[in-house]
Design a protein around this ligand. Sequence first.
Ligand code: AMP
Ligand code: MN
Ligand code: MN
Ligand code: MN
Length: 277
Amino acid sequence: MGRADLHTHTTASDGAAEPADLVRMAYENRLELLSITDHDTIDGYLEAREEAATLPIQLIPGIELTTLWQGRELHLLGYGFDPADSAFMKLLVSQRRARKDRIGVITHRLQKLGLDVDPDEVFAVAGRSMPGRPHVARVLTKKGYTGSVHEAFVRYLGNEVMGSLDLFWVHLEAASEAVRGAGGVVVIAHPGRTCTYEEVEEMCNDRIDGIECIHPSHGYDHQLRYTRMAERWGLLVSGGSDFHGSGTHEAGSRFGTVTVESGRAERILQRCSSVPE
Ligand code: AMP
Ligand code: MN
Ligand code: MN
Ligand code: MN
């Protein structure tokens, strides 16, 4: 039985691997299908297509959207959309704007705590990448305020310390509409990390097509329970490594070990109306 990884990050967001290198790694790890799901951008996917065309591996259009659900941040995976769909492209523009503005709010808060951090320093570190908290963490570490990126999250940037910053994101319903409107499907990302079973149940109405059952943060219990839930409700079963690069934070530091069966990925593709050959 072949395997697929449907949750990975590249240098287009906060991952360490270049898009083309990730495709090659997937091939070397004998994966049959791969999806690059960068935070709020498809630049890495678009760049990786060239490499994927030269190898016997199927690259599925993917994204991990930061959305708002009932006042809090929730990650939504989108697959198999048409990257040129105009409403979808509009969503990407507004998410990029949101991420940029959010860096301004974060640095402002840090300044109030007496830390000398400027938004432009963060954008310089992010370069072409979609800016996020990991880039702020790198600046804090470079300037000696923290000893590591992880420490920056624990002391300054984690959801618990940072408080709510969530007025920036698209609502889950609108995100789902945009991905589906572009011919794709939407999957709740790593619910075990962010939701209770009851909340997932509440979310899984007609706006959601699947659940990410396999994720490095899910123990066997979560995997089993979410897979059963998805099968009971006729939802797609997704999964992947959430790879960000070797030696990065806890989840997603190993590639090729957390995968789903290819059959699961193919079923996702069958539900999409816009899939490249
Ligand atoms: P953002 O996308 O700006 O909300 O930043 C969240 C990202 O930060 C996640 O996708 C992870 O890649 C990364 N992250 C979250 N927690 C930690 C941590 N404790 N240490 C290092 N990176 C983290
Ligand atoms: Mn990340
Ligand atoms: Mn996530
Ligand atoms: Mn992710």
